[in-house]
Design a protein around this ligand. Structure first.
Ligand SMILES: [Zn+2]
Length: 113
């Protein structure tokens, strides 16, 4: 259960953010998850739902997940393309490309009380 351990890790992270800010409750959590990440969103939400109910800090937290399409960006001409499969820029042929949003889970916003 990969997703359950990810949800567990997220909750640990939320608890430490809460104590850093002196907050007692998390009301909303926003995440972005890359479509190439292999994370099954439904399983992740399910895991979060179960685990968050165990903690007073997160029991009412609403989870909002945004899925992100992978994009490649040319570092030279700043053109962006959807997808990961490029090795050179369609525009200027530069190979100085970077990809974003493909394979990670990013905590984008936490609302606390
Ligand atoms: Zn380019």
């Amino acid at each position: 259960m990969h997703e359950l351990s990810l949800a567990q890790g997220l909750l640990e992270q939320l608890k430490s953010i809460c104590s850093e800010h002196g907050a007692t409750k998390i009301t909303k959590v926003s995440l972005s998850i890359g479509k190439q990440s292999g994370i099954v969103i439904d399983s992740f939400e399910f895991g979060f739902e179960i685990l968050s109910k165990d903690e007073a800090i997160t029991e009412n937290a609403v989870l909002e997940i945004l899925t992100v399409d992978p994009t490649s960006r040319c570092m030279d001409c700043k053109a962006t393309f959807a997808g990961f499969e490029y090795t050179s820029c369609k525009h200027c042929n530069s190979t100085n490309l970077r990809s974003y949003g493909g394979d990670d889970l990013v905590l984008t916003q936490v609302e606390m009380e």
